[in-house]
Design a protein around this ligand. Sequence first.
Ligand SMILES: *[C@@H]1O[C@H](CO)[C@@H](O)[C@H](O)[C@H]1NC(C)=O
Ligand SMILES: *[C@@H]1O[C@H](CO)[C@@H](O)[C@H](O)[C@H]1NC(C)=O
Length: 400
Amino acid sequence: MAANLSSSSPLLTFTSLLFLILSSNSYFLATTSAITTKTTTELHDHQSSSNQPFKYIYAFGDSYTDTGNTNSSTGPNAFMSVSRPPYGQTYFHHPTNRYSDGRLVIDFVAQKLSLPFLPPYLSKTADKSSGVNFAVAGSTAIIHSFFAKNNLTLDITPQSLLTQLAWFNSVLESKGCKDKSATPKECKAVFDDSLIWVGEIGANDYAYILGSTVSKATVQKLAIGSVTRFLEAIMNKGAKYVVVQGLPSTGCLTLAMALAAETDRDSFGCVKTSNDQSYNHNAILQSKLNDFRKRFPGAVIVYADYWNAYMTVVKNPKKYGITELFKACCGYSSAPYNFDVFNTCGTTMATSCKNPSEYVNWDGVHLTEAMYKAVSEEILDGSFCQPSFEYLLSMKRKSG
Ligand SMILES: *[C@@H]1O[C@H](CO)[C@@H](O)[C@H](O)[C@H]1NC(C)=O
Ligand SMILES: *[C@@H]1O[C@H](CO)[C@@H](O)[C@H](O)[C@H]1NC(C)=O
């Protein structure tokens, strides 16, 4: 890997960097860390509220949603300081194995629903009575063997969305739910009170194939196919309230800005090819959701438009108190983006900005709490869910 990075081919270098950044480094069966346990026990103040439309949240996704299934030694290679300060400096005031300075979108979802923050599935000691987070940093939508077959992962084995589904199935089985027809009562008991949150998944898939002979069209087809199979499986178990997040506008991330050609820009200053790719992926995903709505009319299936929620902040940052759209808050570099893959946030050379709440980007790939909060507000209270999150809540209230 290190040898590849000194290659004179810009494409090869670009590809290697992305591998380094987005790859999860090993298959693991982690036990809890003290850090994540502490995080989940801190939060029971939210539980006392009487306004709890749901009893449980089950979440899926990658590092944008992971609340501790990975840590410094098990997570993506370029971010091996997630268990160290300054990660977690905002709100928690200590690292929690979240890839941010503070809370993620899923944390704002939990708070909105007056539930405790979601514990990571791989924690053995956390209180999982209000739900579980299955999201894993570095995770792909497409099954890992596809990347292995195409020599795209070296010795790397990230868990895919299908791994997360297998984990969810084991949780459901522990509650007696096999599927909607075999165990209707047990499955109804789980899903009538559960919000299913499918966080952003698929951005890693596109990153892994850059510079290879595998086409973007192939990845798009397989990634959408994988998400579709996942949704099919949970709908057949009896899922009733489901939110599916699209891809963010990946072309606005510090990493993309720092590595793509300077001519590859859209009218907002973000990387055009990358933003277009995510946008197109989302368009197909939405058409699949429409099919599911027809097939499962008893369920509420919401699309959370991460791409446009993100762009709303890019178009009017002042409204959110943001002054820095592209530069990473935490990192190291003399270049305009404060991002260097060998000196990422948390390593000795890296420094952190004074006010992360004025930055969109935290460490080059992941967002600040301020940005996750802005996106959450746009999604949960604004107009970037279709149908609205309020509609989902009203349907839940109606059915009791
Ligand atoms: C990360 O998780 C692994 C597996 O549970 C554990 O052995 C290790 O101590 C953890 N490392 C950190 C830095 O928390
Ligand atoms: C992957 O690498 C192996 C060993 O170098 C090679 O035999 C195989 O053809 C490669 N597969 C692809 C799809 O490139």
